[in-house]
Design a protein. Structure first.
Length: 546
Protein backbone atom coordinates (compact mmCIF):
# COMPACT_ATOMS: atom_id res chain seq x y z
CA UNK A 1 0.00 0.00 0.00
CA UNK A 2 1.44 3.42 -0.93
CA UNK A 3 2.51 5.68 1.91
CA UNK A 4 -0.23 8.14 2.84
CA UNK A 5 0.37 11.87 2.55
CA UNK A 6 0.35 13.12 6.12
CA UNK A 7 0.94 16.17 8.27
CA UNK A 8 0.42 17.18 11.88
CA UNK A 9 0.43 20.24 14.07
CA UNK A 10 0.21 20.79 17.82
CA UNK A 11 -0.36 24.15 19.48
CA UNK A 12 -0.83 25.30 23.11
CA UNK A 13 -3.86 27.41 22.15
CA UNK A 14 -4.71 30.94 23.22
CA UNK A 15 -5.21 30.38 26.96
CA UNK A 16 -2.66 27.84 28.19
CA UNK A 17 1.10 28.38 28.23
CA UNK A 18 2.09 24.69 28.35
CA UNK A 19 1.20 22.00 25.83
CA UNK A 20 0.23 18.57 27.14
CA UNK A 21 -0.56 17.17 23.68
CA UNK A 22 1.78 14.99 21.63
CA UNK A 23 1.24 13.89 18.00
CA UNK A 24 2.54 10.53 16.80
CA UNK A 25 3.22 10.01 13.07
CA UNK A 26 5.18 7.29 11.26
CA UNK A 27 4.07 7.25 7.63
CA UNK A 28 6.48 4.49 6.62
CA UNK A 29 4.84 2.02 8.99
CA UNK A 30 1.37 3.49 8.79
CA UNK A 31 1.17 4.60 12.43
CA UNK A 32 -0.78 7.71 13.42
CA UNK A 33 -1.88 8.93 16.83
CA UNK A 34 -2.68 11.76 19.21
CA UNK A 35 -1.98 11.82 22.94
CA UNK A 36 -3.57 14.33 25.32
CA UNK A 37 -1.98 14.58 28.76
CA UNK A 38 -4.13 15.08 31.86
CA UNK A 39 -2.88 16.19 35.25
CA UNK A 40 -2.07 19.86 35.07
CA UNK A 41 1.21 21.59 34.28
CA UNK A 42 4.18 19.20 34.01
CA UNK A 43 2.28 16.08 35.06
CA UNK A 44 0.17 16.00 31.90
CA UNK A 45 3.19 16.59 29.67
CA UNK A 46 5.06 13.88 31.56
CA UNK A 47 2.25 11.36 31.11
CA UNK A 48 2.03 12.16 27.38
CA UNK A 49 5.80 11.79 26.95
CA UNK A 50 5.78 8.40 28.70
CA UNK A 51 2.88 7.19 26.54
CA UNK A 52 4.62 8.38 23.37
CA UNK A 53 7.84 6.59 24.29
CA UNK A 54 6.22 3.29 25.33
CA UNK A 55 3.83 3.15 22.37
CA UNK A 56 6.61 3.77 19.86
CA UNK A 57 8.76 1.05 21.39
CA UNK A 58 5.92 -1.50 21.35
CA UNK A 59 4.82 -0.75 17.81
CA UNK A 60 8.44 -1.05 16.67
CA UNK A 61 8.11 -4.80 17.25
CA UNK A 62 5.96 -6.16 14.40
CA UNK A 63 4.54 -8.97 16.53
CA UNK A 64 0.84 -9.85 16.60
CA UNK A 65 -2.10 -8.60 14.62
CA UNK A 66 -2.70 -4.84 14.34
CA UNK A 67 -5.50 -5.06 16.92
CA UNK A 68 -3.24 -6.95 19.34
CA UNK A 69 -0.47 -4.41 18.82
CA UNK A 70 -2.61 -1.34 19.56
CA UNK A 71 -4.17 -3.03 22.60
CA UNK A 72 -0.80 -3.96 24.05
CA UNK A 73 0.85 -0.63 23.24
CA UNK A 74 -1.82 1.36 25.07
CA UNK A 75 -1.95 -1.07 28.02
CA UNK A 76 1.84 -0.94 28.43
CA UNK A 77 1.77 2.85 28.35
CA UNK A 78 -1.03 2.83 30.92
CA UNK A 79 0.88 0.68 33.37
CA UNK A 80 4.11 2.64 32.99
CA UNK A 81 2.32 5.94 33.66
CA UNK A 82 0.58 4.44 36.69
CA UNK A 83 3.90 3.16 38.04
CA UNK A 84 5.62 6.53 37.55
CA UNK A 85 2.74 8.41 39.13
CA UNK A 86 3.14 6.33 42.28
CA UNK A 87 6.72 7.56 42.79
CA UNK A 88 5.85 11.21 43.35
CA UNK A 89 3.18 13.31 44.99
CA UNK A 90 3.50 15.92 42.24
CA UNK A 91 2.74 13.31 39.59
CA UNK A 92 -0.05 11.54 41.44
CA UNK A 93 -3.14 11.22 39.29
CA UNK A 94 -1.45 12.05 36.00
CA UNK A 95 -3.03 10.30 33.02
CA UNK A 96 -3.63 10.85 29.33
CA UNK A 97 -6.05 9.87 26.58
CA UNK A 98 -4.89 8.16 23.40
CA UNK A 99 -6.20 7.57 19.91
CA UNK A 100 -3.90 5.36 17.86
CA UNK A 101 -4.27 4.03 14.31
CA UNK A 102 -2.40 1.54 12.14
CA UNK A 103 -2.97 1.59 8.37
CA UNK A 104 -1.89 -1.59 6.60
CA UNK A 105 -2.88 -2.98 3.19
CA UNK A 106 -5.93 -0.77 2.97
CA UNK A 107 -7.12 -1.73 6.46
CA UNK A 108 -7.51 0.71 9.33
CA UNK A 109 -7.08 -0.53 12.92
CA UNK A 110 -7.80 1.90 15.76
CA UNK A 111 -6.95 1.65 19.46
CA UNK A 112 -8.72 4.29 21.51
CA UNK A 113 -9.10 5.34 25.16
CA UNK A 114 -10.64 8.66 26.18
CA UNK A 115 -12.16 11.60 24.32
CA UNK A 116 -9.69 12.33 21.53
CA UNK A 117 -11.15 11.29 18.18
CA UNK A 118 -10.57 9.69 14.78
CA UNK A 119 -12.66 10.69 11.79
CA UNK A 120 -12.77 8.98 8.40
CA UNK A 121 -13.43 11.31 5.49
CA UNK A 122 -14.55 10.58 1.94
CA UNK A 123 -15.98 12.57 -0.94
CA UNK A 124 -19.48 12.06 0.47
CA UNK A 125 -18.87 13.09 4.06
CA UNK A 126 -17.12 12.56 7.40
CA UNK A 127 -17.72 9.77 9.93
CA UNK A 128 -16.51 9.57 13.55
CA UNK A 129 -15.16 6.04 14.09
CA UNK A 130 -14.25 6.36 17.78
CA UNK A 131 -16.59 6.83 20.72
CA UNK A 132 -15.99 9.42 23.41
CA UNK A 133 -15.40 7.71 26.75
CA UNK A 134 -17.02 10.54 28.67
CA UNK A 135 -20.47 11.26 30.11
CA UNK A 136 -21.14 14.08 27.66
CA UNK A 137 -19.59 12.24 24.71
CA UNK A 138 -21.74 9.18 25.31
CA UNK A 139 -24.88 11.30 25.20
CA UNK A 140 -23.71 13.02 22.04
CA UNK A 141 -22.89 9.68 20.36
CA UNK A 142 -26.37 8.44 21.33
CA UNK A 143 -27.83 11.64 19.81
CA UNK A 144 -29.41 12.58 23.14
CA UNK A 145 -27.83 16.03 22.95
CA UNK A 146 -26.77 18.12 19.97
CA UNK A 147 -23.12 18.64 19.08
CA UNK A 148 -23.20 22.35 19.90
CA UNK A 149 -24.69 21.59 23.34
CA UNK A 150 -21.99 18.99 23.98
CA UNK A 151 -19.29 21.53 23.05
CA UNK A 152 -20.67 23.96 25.65
CA UNK A 153 -21.49 21.43 28.37
CA UNK A 154 -19.81 22.15 31.74
CA UNK A 155 -18.82 18.46 32.10
CA UNK A 156 -17.39 18.10 28.59
CA UNK A 157 -13.83 17.52 29.88
CA UNK A 158 -14.71 14.61 32.17
CA UNK A 159 -13.68 11.12 31.03
CA UNK A 160 -14.43 7.75 32.59
CA UNK A 161 -11.69 5.88 30.72
CA UNK A 162 -8.06 7.03 30.63
CA UNK A 163 -4.47 5.83 30.22
CA UNK A 164 -2.60 5.68 33.52
CA UNK A 165 -5.35 5.79 36.12
CA UNK A 166 -5.09 2.14 37.24
CA UNK A 167 -3.24 -1.03 36.28
CA UNK A 168 -4.78 -2.65 33.20
CA UNK A 169 -4.48 -5.85 31.21
CA UNK A 170 -4.27 -5.59 27.43
CA UNK A 171 -7.16 -8.04 27.05
CA UNK A 172 -9.37 -6.39 29.65
CA UNK A 173 -12.94 -5.91 28.50
CA UNK A 174 -14.18 -2.35 28.08
CA UNK A 175 -10.76 -0.75 28.22
CA UNK A 176 -9.06 -0.29 24.84
CA UNK A 177 -11.72 0.29 22.20
CA UNK A 178 -10.60 -1.38 18.98
CA UNK A 179 -12.22 -0.39 15.70
CA UNK A 180 -11.39 -1.97 12.33
CA UNK A 181 -12.42 -0.55 8.99
CA UNK A 182 -11.42 -0.31 5.33
CA UNK A 183 -9.49 2.75 4.14
CA UNK A 184 -10.44 3.13 0.49
CA UNK A 185 -8.24 4.96 -2.01
CA UNK A 186 -10.50 8.03 -1.96
CA UNK A 187 -10.55 8.46 1.83
CA UNK A 188 -8.56 10.24 4.54
CA UNK A 189 -8.28 10.06 8.32
CA UNK A 190 -8.18 12.85 10.87
CA UNK A 191 -7.08 12.31 14.47
CA UNK A 192 -7.46 15.18 16.92
CA UNK A 193 -7.62 16.11 20.58
CA UNK A 194 -10.64 17.78 22.13
CA UNK A 195 -8.94 21.15 21.75
CA UNK A 196 -10.26 21.04 18.20
CA UNK A 197 -13.64 19.37 18.62
CA UNK A 198 -14.63 21.47 21.65
CA UNK A 199 -14.10 24.62 19.60
CA UNK A 200 -14.95 23.76 15.97
CA UNK A 201 -18.14 22.01 14.79
CA UNK A 202 -17.77 18.85 12.74
CA UNK A 203 -19.34 20.48 9.69
CA UNK A 204 -16.63 23.14 9.71
CA UNK A 205 -13.91 20.53 10.21
CA UNK A 206 -15.19 18.60 7.21
CA UNK A 207 -15.41 21.75 5.08
CA UNK A 208 -11.83 22.78 5.90
CA UNK A 209 -10.45 19.34 5.10
CA UNK A 210 -12.26 19.21 1.77
CA UNK A 211 -11.10 22.72 0.84
CA UNK A 212 -7.45 21.90 1.42
CA UNK A 213 -7.47 18.26 0.27
CA UNK A 214 -4.19 17.35 -1.40
CA UNK A 215 -2.22 19.73 0.85
CA UNK A 216 -1.95 18.05 4.29
CA UNK A 217 0.08 20.89 5.81
CA UNK A 218 -2.62 23.36 4.79
CA UNK A 219 -5.29 21.10 6.31
CA UNK A 220 -3.70 20.96 9.76
CA UNK A 221 -2.81 24.66 9.67
CA UNK A 222 -6.40 25.60 8.85
CA UNK A 223 -7.87 23.38 11.58
CA UNK A 224 -5.57 24.64 14.32
CA UNK A 225 -6.16 28.25 13.22
CA UNK A 226 -9.91 27.63 13.37
CA UNK A 227 -9.67 26.31 16.94
CA UNK A 228 -7.61 29.32 18.01
CA UNK A 229 -9.91 31.75 16.22
CA UNK A 230 -12.80 30.26 18.18
CA UNK A 231 -11.04 30.99 21.47
CA UNK A 232 -8.28 28.38 21.73
CA UNK A 233 -9.25 27.40 25.28
CA UNK A 234 -7.22 24.17 25.21
CA UNK A 235 -4.16 22.64 23.58
CA UNK A 236 -5.04 21.48 20.08
CA UNK A 237 -3.35 18.69 18.11
CA UNK A 238 -4.29 17.48 14.64
CA UNK A 239 -2.88 14.51 12.69
CA UNK A 240 -4.12 14.14 9.11
CA UNK A 241 -3.37 11.52 6.44
CA UNK A 242 -4.97 11.00 3.04
CA UNK A 243 -4.89 8.25 0.44
CA UNK A 244 -3.89 8.98 -3.19
CA UNK A 245 -7.36 9.53 -4.69
CA UNK A 246 -8.91 11.56 -1.86
CA UNK A 247 -8.07 15.02 -3.19
CA UNK A 248 -9.16 14.16 -6.72
CA UNK A 249 -12.44 12.68 -5.48
CA UNK A 250 -13.13 15.75 -3.31
CA UNK A 251 -12.27 18.20 -6.09
CA UNK A 252 -14.60 16.32 -8.39
CA UNK A 253 -17.46 17.71 -6.34
CA UNK A 254 -16.22 21.33 -6.60
CA UNK A 255 -16.97 23.61 -9.58
CA UNK A 256 -13.36 24.71 -9.98
CA UNK A 257 -11.47 22.29 -7.72
CA UNK A 258 -9.50 25.11 -6.15
CA UNK A 259 -9.06 25.15 -2.37
CA UNK A 260 -10.60 28.19 -0.70
CA UNK A 261 -9.46 30.20 2.28
CA UNK A 262 -10.60 28.77 5.64
CA UNK A 263 -13.73 30.35 7.11
CA UNK A 264 -13.38 32.63 10.09
CA UNK A 265 -14.99 31.36 13.29
CA UNK A 266 -16.54 33.49 15.97
CA UNK A 267 -16.12 32.74 19.66
CA UNK A 268 -19.17 30.45 19.64
CA UNK A 269 -17.68 28.21 16.96
CA UNK A 270 -20.05 29.31 14.15
CA UNK A 271 -18.81 30.09 10.65
CA UNK A 272 -18.58 33.67 9.52
CA UNK A 273 -17.47 35.00 6.16
CA UNK A 274 -13.71 35.01 5.55
CA UNK A 275 -12.14 38.44 5.40
CA UNK A 276 -9.12 39.80 3.58
CA UNK A 277 -7.25 40.01 6.89
CA UNK A 278 -7.43 36.24 7.35
CA UNK A 279 -5.40 35.52 4.21
CA UNK A 280 -1.81 34.71 5.14
CA UNK A 281 0.34 36.92 2.95
CA UNK A 282 3.48 34.97 3.72
CA UNK A 283 3.06 31.18 4.07
CA UNK A 284 6.70 30.88 5.16
CA UNK A 285 5.99 33.14 8.13
CA UNK A 286 3.07 30.95 9.12
CA UNK A 287 5.25 27.85 8.98
CA UNK A 288 7.99 29.53 10.99
CA UNK A 289 5.48 30.59 13.65
CA UNK A 290 4.26 26.98 13.91
CA UNK A 291 7.79 25.67 14.48
CA UNK A 292 8.78 28.32 17.03
CA UNK A 293 5.65 28.00 19.16
CA UNK A 294 5.40 24.21 19.18
CA UNK A 295 8.30 22.58 20.95
CA UNK A 296 6.33 19.34 21.36
CA UNK A 297 6.12 19.19 17.56
CA UNK A 298 9.92 19.44 17.43
CA UNK A 299 10.10 16.52 19.86
CA UNK A 300 7.65 14.32 18.02
CA UNK A 301 9.22 14.90 14.60
CA UNK A 302 12.77 14.20 15.73
CA UNK A 303 11.86 11.35 18.04
CA UNK A 304 10.05 9.57 15.24
CA UNK A 305 12.97 10.01 12.86
CA UNK A 306 15.54 8.96 15.46
CA UNK A 307 13.70 6.01 16.93
CA UNK A 308 12.56 4.60 13.61
CA UNK A 309 16.01 4.90 12.08
CA UNK A 310 17.38 2.99 15.06
CA UNK A 311 14.75 0.29 14.77
CA UNK A 312 15.49 -0.24 11.09
CA UNK A 313 19.07 -0.97 12.07
CA UNK A 314 17.91 -3.43 14.74
CA UNK A 315 15.58 -5.34 12.44
CA UNK A 316 18.25 -5.64 9.74
CA UNK A 317 20.75 -7.35 11.98
CA UNK A 318 22.01 -10.35 9.98
CA UNK A 319 21.34 -13.88 11.19
CA UNK A 320 24.06 -15.51 9.14
CA UNK A 321 27.53 -14.79 7.89
CA UNK A 322 27.43 -12.32 4.99
CA UNK A 323 30.53 -11.07 3.21
CA UNK A 324 32.82 -12.14 6.08
CA UNK A 325 30.83 -10.41 8.85
CA UNK A 326 29.22 -12.71 11.40
CA UNK A 327 26.43 -12.68 13.93
CA UNK A 328 27.80 -14.05 17.17
CA UNK A 329 24.80 -15.11 19.20
CA UNK A 330 25.21 -15.40 22.93
CA UNK A 331 23.05 -18.39 23.83
CA UNK A 332 21.47 -18.65 20.36
CA UNK A 333 21.93 -20.66 17.18
CA UNK A 334 23.74 -18.30 14.84
CA UNK A 335 26.77 -18.66 12.60
CA UNK A 336 28.89 -18.61 15.75
CA UNK A 337 27.56 -19.23 19.25
CA UNK A 338 28.91 -18.66 22.71
CA UNK A 339 27.54 -19.06 26.22
CA UNK A 340 29.80 -16.26 27.49
CA UNK A 341 29.66 -12.65 26.39
CA UNK A 342 33.31 -12.20 27.27
CA UNK A 343 34.27 -15.11 25.02
CA UNK A 344 32.08 -13.79 22.20
CA UNK A 345 33.61 -10.31 22.45
CA UNK A 346 37.10 -11.79 22.44
CA UNK A 347 36.33 -13.80 19.29
CA UNK A 348 34.66 -10.91 17.45
CA UNK A 349 36.31 -9.06 14.60
CA UNK A 350 35.47 -5.89 12.66
CA UNK A 351 31.97 -6.01 11.20
CA UNK A 352 30.68 -8.71 13.57
CA UNK A 353 27.47 -8.32 15.56
CA UNK A 354 27.18 -9.68 19.09
CA UNK A 355 23.49 -10.57 19.35
CA UNK A 356 22.28 -11.08 22.90
CA UNK A 357 19.33 -13.23 23.89
CA UNK A 358 16.94 -11.79 26.53
CA UNK A 359 18.21 -11.90 30.10
CA UNK A 360 20.40 -10.37 32.80
CA UNK A 361 24.14 -9.98 32.09
CA UNK A 362 26.21 -9.49 35.24
CA UNK A 363 29.44 -8.59 33.44
CA UNK A 364 31.07 -5.79 31.54
CA UNK A 365 32.28 -5.85 27.96
CA UNK A 366 34.70 -3.99 25.70
CA UNK A 367 33.88 -3.82 21.99
CA UNK A 368 36.72 -3.75 19.50
CA UNK A 369 36.93 -2.01 16.13
CA UNK A 370 33.64 -2.22 14.25
CA UNK A 371 32.00 -4.72 16.65
CA UNK A 372 28.33 -4.10 17.44
CA UNK A 373 26.30 -5.15 20.46
CA UNK A 374 22.58 -5.70 19.76
CA UNK A 375 19.72 -7.11 21.81
CA UNK A 376 17.74 -9.60 19.72
CA UNK A 377 14.61 -8.20 21.39
CA UNK A 378 15.14 -4.48 22.13
CA UNK A 379 14.81 -3.72 25.84
CA UNK A 380 15.06 -7.36 26.94
CA UNK A 381 18.80 -7.36 27.75
CA UNK A 382 19.90 -5.82 31.05
CA UNK A 383 23.47 -5.21 32.23
CA UNK A 384 24.12 -5.10 35.99
CA UNK A 385 27.22 -5.13 38.12
CA UNK A 386 28.06 -8.57 39.52
CA UNK A 387 27.93 -9.11 43.26
CA UNK A 388 31.39 -10.69 43.46
CA UNK A 389 33.36 -9.07 46.31
CA UNK A 390 36.53 -8.95 44.24
CA UNK A 391 34.82 -7.02 41.49
CA UNK A 392 33.17 -4.54 43.88
CA UNK A 393 36.54 -3.46 45.23
CA UNK A 394 38.08 -3.08 41.78
CA UNK A 395 37.65 0.68 41.39
CA UNK A 396 35.77 2.30 38.49
CA UNK A 397 33.21 0.03 36.82
CA UNK A 398 32.06 0.69 33.23
CA UNK A 399 29.37 -1.59 31.86
CA UNK A 400 30.09 -1.23 28.12
CA UNK A 401 33.14 0.30 26.46
CA UNK A 402 33.05 0.97 22.72
CA UNK A 403 36.72 1.38 21.92
CA UNK A 404 36.77 0.87 18.16
CA UNK A 405 37.11 3.46 15.42
CA UNK A 406 35.03 1.69 12.77
CA UNK A 407 31.51 2.68 13.78
CA UNK A 408 30.48 0.16 16.43
CA UNK A 409 26.75 0.08 17.24
CA UNK A 410 25.01 -0.57 20.58
CA UNK A 411 21.27 -1.14 20.33
CA UNK A 412 18.34 -2.18 22.53
CA UNK A 413 20.43 -2.55 25.74
CA UNK A 414 19.35 -1.66 29.27
CA UNK A 415 21.84 -0.83 32.06
CA UNK A 416 20.72 -0.75 35.69
CA UNK A 417 22.78 0.57 38.60
CA UNK A 418 21.92 0.24 42.29
CA UNK A 419 23.28 1.67 45.54
CA UNK A 420 24.49 -1.80 46.53
CA UNK A 421 26.14 -2.51 43.17
CA UNK A 422 26.79 0.88 41.58
CA UNK A 423 27.89 1.38 37.99
CA UNK A 424 30.18 4.37 37.48
CA UNK A 425 29.61 4.77 33.72
CA UNK A 426 26.94 3.00 31.72
CA UNK A 427 28.48 3.29 28.25
CA UNK A 428 31.87 4.80 27.48
CA UNK A 429 32.70 5.65 23.87
CA UNK A 430 36.38 6.09 23.07
CA UNK A 431 36.27 5.67 19.28
CA UNK A 432 34.76 7.48 16.33
CA UNK A 433 31.31 7.35 14.72
CA UNK A 434 29.62 5.06 17.23
CA UNK A 435 25.83 4.65 17.07
CA UNK A 436 23.76 4.20 20.23
CA UNK A 437 20.12 3.25 19.61
CA UNK A 438 17.25 2.45 22.02
CA UNK A 439 19.47 2.25 25.09
CA UNK A 440 18.00 2.67 28.58
CA UNK A 441 20.06 3.61 31.63
CA UNK A 442 18.84 4.03 35.20
CA UNK A 443 20.09 4.36 38.77
CA UNK A 444 23.06 5.99 40.51
CA UNK A 445 25.80 6.67 37.94
CA UNK A 446 28.50 9.27 37.55
CA UNK A 447 27.62 9.35 33.85
CA UNK A 448 25.08 7.46 31.81
CA UNK A 449 26.97 7.85 28.52
CA UNK A 450 30.48 9.25 28.47
CA UNK A 451 32.36 10.29 25.34
CA UNK A 452 36.10 10.29 25.87
CA UNK A 453 38.12 13.25 24.55
CA UNK A 454 37.95 13.31 20.76
CA UNK A 455 35.28 10.58 20.55
CA UNK A 456 32.09 10.92 18.49
CA UNK A 457 28.72 9.16 18.44
CA UNK A 458 25.03 9.45 17.63
CA UNK A 459 22.28 8.73 20.17
CA UNK A 460 18.68 7.99 19.18
CA UNK A 461 15.59 6.78 21.05
CA UNK A 462 17.24 6.40 24.46
CA UNK A 463 15.71 6.66 27.93
CA UNK A 464 17.69 7.96 30.91
CA UNK A 465 16.90 8.14 34.60
CA UNK A 466 20.32 8.49 36.23
CA UNK A 467 21.15 10.42 39.38
CA UNK A 468 24.09 12.45 38.06
CA UNK A 469 25.02 13.33 34.46
CA UNK A 470 23.13 11.57 31.69
CA UNK A 471 25.48 12.68 28.88
CA UNK A 472 29.10 13.62 29.56
CA UNK A 473 31.26 14.89 26.69
CA UNK A 474 35.02 15.13 27.06
CA UNK A 475 37.17 17.71 25.30
CA UNK A 476 36.61 17.90 21.52
CA UNK A 477 34.01 15.11 21.66
CA UNK A 478 31.00 15.24 19.34
CA UNK A 479 27.50 13.90 20.05
CA UNK A 480 24.30 14.17 18.02
CA UNK A 481 21.34 13.18 20.22
CA UNK A 482 17.82 13.01 18.76
CA UNK A 483 14.52 11.77 20.19
CA UNK A 484 15.66 10.74 23.67
CA UNK A 485 13.79 11.04 26.98
CA UNK A 486 15.87 12.15 29.98
CA UNK A 487 14.12 12.06 33.34
CA UNK A 488 15.39 13.39 36.64
CA UNK A 489 14.91 10.60 39.23
CA UNK A 490 13.08 11.25 42.47
CA UNK A 491 15.26 13.16 44.97
CA UNK A 492 18.18 13.36 42.53
CA UNK A 493 20.34 16.51 42.63
CA UNK A 494 19.20 19.24 40.26
CA UNK A 495 22.46 19.16 38.27
CA UNK A 496 22.31 19.65 34.48
CA UNK A 497 21.87 16.28 32.73
CA UNK A 498 24.28 17.23 29.90
CA UNK A 499 27.88 18.37 30.49
CA UNK A 500 29.99 19.53 27.54
CA UNK A 501 33.79 19.74 27.77
CA UNK A 502 36.00 22.36 26.17
CA UNK A 503 35.87 22.28 22.40
CA UNK A 504 33.17 19.59 22.43
CA UNK A 505 29.96 19.81 20.41
CA UNK A 506 26.53 18.58 21.51
CA UNK A 507 23.78 18.69 18.89
CA UNK A 508 20.56 18.11 20.85
CA UNK A 509 17.30 17.99 18.91
CA UNK A 510 13.78 16.89 19.76
CA UNK A 511 14.70 15.35 23.12
CA UNK A 512 12.49 15.54 26.23
CA UNK A 513 14.03 16.72 29.51
CA UNK A 514 11.79 16.19 32.52
CA UNK A 515 12.41 17.71 35.95
CA UNK A 516 15.50 19.80 35.27
CA UNK A 517 14.09 23.25 34.63
CA UNK A 518 15.77 25.28 31.89
CA UNK A 519 19.27 24.43 33.10
CA UNK A 520 19.72 21.25 31.06
CA UNK A 521 23.23 21.74 29.68
CA UNK A 522 26.52 22.83 31.21
CA UNK A 523 29.59 24.08 29.39
CA UNK A 524 28.03 25.83 26.37
CA UNK A 525 27.63 29.48 25.43
CA UNK A 526 24.45 31.43 26.16
CA UNK A 527 23.47 31.45 22.48
CA UNK A 528 23.99 27.68 22.17
CA UNK A 529 21.92 27.15 25.33
CA UNK A 530 19.05 29.12 23.84
CA UNK A 531 19.19 27.05 20.66
CA UNK A 532 19.10 23.84 22.71
CA UNK A 533 16.11 25.06 24.73
CA UNK A 534 14.25 25.95 21.52
CA UNK A 535 14.99 22.62 19.81
CA UNK A 536 13.95 20.34 22.69
CA UNK A 537 10.99 19.85 25.02
CA UNK A 538 11.68 21.05 28.56
CA UNK A 539 9.28 19.91 31.27
CA UNK A 540 10.46 22.21 34.03
CA UNK A 541 8.65 20.99 37.15
CA UNK A 542 10.56 18.47 39.21
CA UNK A 543 9.04 15.00 39.56
CA UNK A 544 9.39 15.13 43.35
CA UNK A 545 10.91 17.24 46.08
CA UNK A 546 9.77 15.01 48.93
Amino acid sequence: MPVLQAAYRTDPGRVRTNNEDVPLVDTERGVYGVIDGVGGQAAGEFAAAIAYDVILQRLARPLGTPSERVREAIALANNEIFRRAGTSGELAGMTCVVTLAIVNDGRLTIGHVGDSRLYKLGPEGMQKLTHDHSPVGEREDAQEIAEIDAMRHPRRHEVFRDVGGALRDKDEDDYVEVVEDVLERDTAILLCTDGLTDMVPSTTIERLVHRHAGAPNAVVEALVSAANDAGGRDNVTVVYAERPDFARAVRGRSPNGAPAAPPRLSDNGVDSEPTEQRVEANPAASFFRWIVHSRTTWFALGAIAGVLGALLLVWRTPDTEIGGARTIGVGSSASFTSSSLAAAASAARAGDVLRLEPGMYAERVTLGDGVSLVARVPGSVTFVRPSLPGDVSNGEWVAITASGDLGARISGIRIESTLELPIDVGIRVTGQSGALDLVELSGPMRAGIELAPGASATLNGGRFSVTATALLLGERAQLAADGNVILRPVRAPAAPPVTVGEGAEAILRQNVFVGYGSDVVKGVSASDRQQILAANVIVSAEPSLR
